[in-house]
Design a protein around this ligand. Structure first.
Ligand SMILES: [Mg+2]
Length: 275
């Protein structure tokens, strides 16, 4: 695919996967639809690093941060609690006495809310237009898929109550006629793989009927595991333009069939997906 407009292009990783037969699509939320939680890694990584350095005072701060960033990233797309469970394991491995992972999750979330509260308030009182906190072009893309009769599902590793509220604030809830799913307190009851299983069962889908769209490792892996087509969204959440190279590399490793920076060229994307 050549580039269209200002540097936007589809990077084709694998060209031998069936396209055009899609009946249902699974979207990730944070970084794929919503930018409300942009920068969450800058809250989680320093917090986890700080806790590991407390039990291993000899360790280098840079190396520890790098190590944390790596495991946080690999678990991105799963519920937040899994990153906290891993943190507890890492604390124990270094001879520390970890707390219940839920306590780490709560403290992380408290710190994150401090950072994103102005966005939530801004959306609520109208100072911020939803468009400013949406991945560029996502409304057009969702509209285009719906007009082709594709059933849309949203699944996020963020707690379900927050995903529901934030999707509502951004005005995207109504697109997801298949449902909106997020993390539950009983965390083993939810996973993106479970949502995919449900999609397949409800609509008697085969692999080529399934389209997955996400910026994280887990959703891409899960969609590929059932033979679907995976769109890797290497969104640069801060600049809202261009490809994030870190995400791109991870998405390719997870098995993404194509890489795009955003949905701003919806028509080109639709032409590729429905040749
Ligand atoms: Mg994401």
């Amino acid at each position: 695919m050549g580039s269209t407009g200002t540097g936007w292009s589809i990077e084709v990783i694998r060209d031998d996967v069936t396209r055009g037969q899609f009946k249902a699509a699974l979207f990730d939320f944070d970084g794929t639809v919503s930018l409300i939680r942009q920068g969450w890694q800058e809250v989680m990584v320093p917090y986890f690093t700080e806790l590991l350095l407390q039990v291993d005072r000899e360790a280098s701060k840079e190396q520890t941060a790098c190590y944390v960033r790596d495991f946080v990233d690999e678990l991105t797309g799963k519920q937040t609690i899994y990153q906290c469970i891993r943190l507890a394991e890492e604390i124990r491995r270094r001879g520390g006495q970890p707390l219940d992972p839920l306590e780490y999750k709560n403290e992380y979330h408290r710190r994150l809310l401090e950072r994103i509260d102005h966005r939530l308030q801004g959306l609520k009182d109208g100072r911020i237009a939803p468009d400013e906190l949406l991945v560029p072009g996502v409304l057009d893309f969702l509209t285009a898929l719906r007009s082709r009769g594709i059933k849309l599902y949203l699944a996020s590793g963020t707690d379900e109550v927050y995903v529901l509220a934030e999707a509502e604030l951004l005005g995207v809830s109504a697109f997801f006629d298949g449902g909106i799913y997020g993390a539950l307190d009983q965390y083993h009851l939810f996973s993106k793989a479970k949502v995919i299983e449900r999609m397949i069962a409800e609509h008697k889908l085969a692999g080529p009927h399934l389209l997955g769209v996400g910026d994280g490792f887990v959703e891409i892996e899960n969609v590929k595991a059932v033979g679907g087509f995976a769109v890797g969204l290497a969104s640069d959440e801060l600049h809202r333009e261009g490809v994030d190279l870190w995400k791109r590399e991870r998405l390719i490793r997870a098995g993404a069939d194509i890489i795009i920076p955003d949905f701003s060229q919806t028509q080109t994307l639709m032409e590729y997906l429905f040749p």
